[in-house]
Write a protein that binds this ligand. Structure first.
Ligand SMILES: Nc1ncnc2c1ncn2[C@@H]1O[C@H](COP(=O)(O)OP(=O)(O)OP(=O)(O)O)[C@@H](O)[C@H]1O
Ligand code: SF4
Ligand SMILES: [Mg+2]
Length: 343
C-alpha cells in the first residue's frame, strides 16, 4: 500500500479491502465478474499515483466505485474514506471525512463529485455534449458547483487556448477533447483528481504535456491518480505506483523504488516490455475475471519457479506492498527479482 510515513504527506483518500463484483448473464450462463479484489490504496496530498495494468484488469471500475458511478448490477464491499484536507476548499465541502462506499447518492452528488473528487473519465470526449460548445458546458459546470473560476481560467489550467471555448466537441482534436475533460474536472478545484487514461491515443509530445500538467496539479497539493497503459509516462511523472493484475493491486509503493526494484514478477514483466528494456512482452494472457483461480492469478505466466499456493493477500513492508507469496516468503523480494532477472 502506498501508505504515509510518520511525517509523510497526508492521506486524502484511503481505500481498504475494496471488492467490486458484477453478476452477469442469466440462468445457466449467470456468472460473477470479480473486477476489483481486496484493493488497499492510499492517495496522498501532493503526490501523483500511477495505476497501471493490462486492459480489463479493473482500473476503471475502481474509479467508478470511488465516485458512485457503478451500475446497479455491481456489488461493492470494503471502504474508501476521503478526508478533505484543511484549506480554502473546506468552505464548500466541509472537513468531515466521507465514506465513499456507503455515502448516499445525494452526498456523492452534492459533496463529492466535482467538489472533492474530479474525474476525467476514460474517453472524456464522449462525455461532452455534442450540441453545445466547450465554453457553454464549462460555464454550466462552474455554475452548478458554485465555483468562482472562469471558463478562461479552466482552459488555461488545462493548457488549452481561449478560442476552444467557442468550439463544439467534434471540432476538437483528441488531445484537446481530453484536456477539455480535464478542465471540467478542475472546475470545482477538487483536492482529489482521478484521471482515467487521459493520454490514450495522444502522440508523445501531447502525452508528455498532459502528464506534466497532472504532475503540476499534484505538486500544488492535490492527490492525483493517473490511470495509464503508458508505463514510460508513468515512470516519468509518478511519485507512487499501483500495479493491478486480474482485479488485484499486486504491488504498490514509491515509484522510484518499484520501477527500479520491482518485487512482483508481473511488475518486472511490465518493465521488461518497455522499449529501453528490450521490448519483451509478458507471455500469455490474463485470466477471465469471471473464472479467477484460487491462489495466485499470475501463476500461469510467472517466470519464478516456485510451488506457490494460498491466498496472495498483500504483504506490507517498508512503505511498499506486494501480493506474491512463494514458499520462500521471508526472502520474497529477492525471489521475485530473481524471477524477473531470468526474463
Ligand atoms: N457494468 C459492468 N458489468 C459487467 N462487467 C463489467 C462492467 N464494467 C466493467 N466490467 C468488467 O470488469 C472488468 C474490469 O473492467 P475495467 O473497465 O475496470 O478494466 P480496465 O482495467 O479499466 O481496462 P482498460 O485498460 O481496457 O480500460 C472487465 O472484465 C469488464 O468487462
Ligand atoms: S512467485 Fe508465486 S505468488 Fe509470486 S507471482 Fe509468481 S506464482 Fe504468483
Ligand atoms: Mg479502463
Amino acid at each position: 500500500m502506498t501508505g504515509p510515513g510518520p511525517s509523510g504527506p497526508a492521506t486524502v483518500l484511503a481505500v481498504r479491502g475494496l471488492d467490486v463484483a458484477f453478476r452477469v448473464g442469466r440462468g445457466r450462463r449467470a456468472r460473477t465478474v470479480r473486477a476489483v479484489t481486496g484493493a488497499d490504496l492510499d492517495l496522498r496530498a501532493g503526490r501523483l499515483t500511477a495505476l497501471v495494468g493490462e486492459s480489463g484488469c479493473g482500473k476503471s471500475v475502481l474509479t467508478e466505485a470511488l465516485t458512485g458511478l457503478l451500475p446497479g448490477t455491481a456489488s461493492v464491499r470494503g471502504s474508501a474514506v476521503l478526508t478533505p484536507p484543511a484549506g480554502p476548499r473546506e468552505r464548500s465541502t466541509g472537513h468531515d471525512p466521507v465514506g465513499l462506499i456507503t455515502a448516499p447518492e445525494s452526498v456523492l452528488r452534492d459533496r463529492v463529485r466535482g467538489r472533492l473528487i474530479g474525474l476525467v473519465p476514460q474517453s472524456a470526449a464522449t462525455h461532452l455534449t455534442p450540441t453545445r460548445t466547450v465554453g457553454a458546458q464549462l460555464r454550466e459546470t462552474l455554475a452548478r458547483l458554485g465555483a468562482t473560476a472562469t471558463v478562461a481560467d479552466l482552459l488555461d489550467r488545462a493548457a488549452l487556448p481561449g478560442h476552444v471555448a467557442d468550439r463544439y466537441p467534434h471540432e476538437l482534436s483528441g488531445g484537446q477533447a481530453q484536456r477539455a475533460g480535464l478542465a471540467a474536472a478542475l472546475a470545482g478545484d477538487p483536492p482529489v483528481l482521478l484521471a482515467d487514461e487521459p493520454t490514450a491515443g495522444l502522440d508523445r509530445p501531447l502525452v508528455d504535456h498532459v502528464t506534466a500538467l497532472l504532475a503540476g496539479l499534484a505538486a500544488e497539493g492535490r492527490a492525483v491518480l493517473l490511470i495509464t497503459h503508458d508505463l514510460r509516462a508513468a515512470r516519468a511523472v509518478a511519485d507512487d505506483v499501483a500495479v493491478m493484475y486480474a482485479s488485484r493491486l499486486v504491488e504498490t509503493g514509491p515509484a522510484a523504488e518499484v520501477f527500479t526494484e520491482p518485487w512482483h514478477p508481473y511488475t518486472a514483466g511490465l518493465l521488461a516490455a518497455l522499449p529501453d528494456a528490450g521490448f519483451t512482452p509478458v507471455p500469455g494472457h490474463p485470466p477471465e475475471l469471471s473464472a479467477l483461480p484460487d491462489g495466485c492469478a499470475f501463476a500461469p505466466r510467472c517466470p519464478v519457479t516456485a510451488d506457490c499456493t494460498g491466498d496472495p493477500a498483500p504483504v506490507h513492508r517498508d512503505g511498499r506492498s506486494v501480493s506474491c507469496h512463494p514458499p520462500t516468503a521471508p526472502a520474497l523480494p529477492a525471489t521475485a527479482r530473481s524471477g524477473a532477472g531470468s526474463r
